[in-house]
Structures are given as structure tokens and as C-alpha cells.
Design a protein around this ligand. Sequence first.
Ligand code: OAD
Length: 250
Amino acid sequence: MPVNSVAERLRQANHVTVFTGAGVSAESGIPTFRDALTGLWERFDPAQLATAEAYRTDPSLCWGWYEWRRAKVLQAIPNAAHLAIAELANHVPKLTIVTQNVDDLHERAGCEGVIHIHGSLHTPRCIDCAVAYGPILPDQDLSHDGCRIEPLRCGACNGLIRPGVVWFGEMLPEHAWSAGLAAAEGCDLFLSIGTSGMVFPAAELPLRALSKGSTVVHINPSAFEVSADEYFLQGPATHIMQSLLTDAFG
Ligand code: OAD
């Protein structure tokens, strides 16, 4: 489907759900997970960094890695795709943004009510009692990715403070997941932008949208197969989203 046909659907839509993955933040300098050479999971072992067991085994390695990632996010700024997605709110009757990203670039682009189904780097909590860590995290000078940093401790129970992201083997935050499902099943246009669609249950969302009769459009620079009922726009998120907005709303 060409961009102008998707633009027509966008103009007519009542409820648009935008579902984003790491590719949306790639052009802000935040690495994706699975892109060849640059993806985080190409360079680091998730089993050593992204499970509760790994965290308890080597807390300073894990906390240092997440603090390095948080520092990268703090230095980044929203790109034209984040801004175009935020701008959509001014044109469609209802917009819901569901993200797998643990950064805050959608919010800093001006989006409201973003649903973070994989949590956030900015909401640390205690690994034992789950109490949110209240104080602002200290700025760290993290110029490289192998820094070890001793984790902070919980003021309530002295447990280790962990990042507020979802690790492998963990359930998604219940409220975010049910809101994400409702947004997928209740929209008439579902834009899936910059995700490999390899991680479940997140990758179920486009399928749920499709099963309810929504138009599903994938936006990605790397071509992949989609079913006969879905659409694919090939290109970087910044370029495609800007063209889509211009075509739809001038
Ligand atoms: P992946 O790294 O798996 O996929 C990133 C996707 O972005 C790929 O399909 C790329 O082709 C695409 N991409 C790269 N540059 C892009 C650009 N400029 N514009 C648009 N797309 C671009 O990232 P996710 O699908 O987000 O889990 O990964 C899903 C989950 O796996 C993440 O949320 C994370 C990870 O383990 C948790 O943190 C729990």
C-alpha cells in the first residue's frame, strides 16, 4: 500500500493506535536490540544483563549497564518520528501510544498517556519489596558501557534497587498490558513502527488489532513478510512518519 493510501486511512480513522519499538528511537542515537552490529543483543548477552537472576548474581555489572543506557537516553533528544507521532494527536479524534521502549522520548516529544508495556529506565524500584525509588537518580559520568556501579539500596528494606524495566521471564506490568490490548482491539488504524516483532506477548498486539478488523500498517526500513491483510511501508520512521503526516493533513 503506498503512503498516500495509508494517509487516506489516517484521515478517516477515529482511533489510531501507534505501537513503537526500538527503531523509533534509533535515529535519536539509542541503539536497537537486534540490528546487525549495532543492536544491544548483538554485543551483550541478555542472560547476563536482563534477568532477575543475572541481577542478583552480578548487581554492579547490571546496574552499571542500565545506568549507561539511562545516561545515553538523557543525552538523546526526540527525533522527527517522535515529533510526528505527537503531532498526530492534533489531527485524529483519538490517539493511543503503546511503546516497548524504556526511554522517555515520546513524552519529551509531547505525547501524553504513553503506555510503557516494557517499563521504563526512569522508574527504578526495590527488587525485594517493589517500593518505587523516590529520589532522583544521580547523574553519572558514564562514558563507556562496561562500567560497574554499586546499586542503590531501598530506604524501606535495604534491598537492591533495580531498573523499572521488564526482564526476560517476567510478566508485563498488568495495567499497561491490559491498556495496550484494549488500544489494539479498539482502534481502526494500528501503526506498528520500528519493531522486529520478535518479543511476545508484545508482538501479539498487531495480531489482536488485525483480528478485530483494524487496518494494520508496519513501518520499518528492513523489509519483512506481512500477511495479505496487513500493509508495509519501507523506510526509516522519521521519513515515513513525516510523509504520512504531510500526505494526510498537509
Ligand atoms: P529490535 O531491536 O528487536 O528491532 C528493532 C527494529 O527497528 C528492527 O526491525 C529494525 O529494522 C527497525 N529499525 C531500525 N532502524 C529504524 C528506523 N530508523 N526506523 C524504523 N525502524 C527501524 O527492537 P524491538 O522490536 O523494540 O525488551 O525489541 C522488542 C523488545 O526486545 C524490546 O522492548 C526489549 C528487547 O529485548 C525489553 O526491554 C523487555
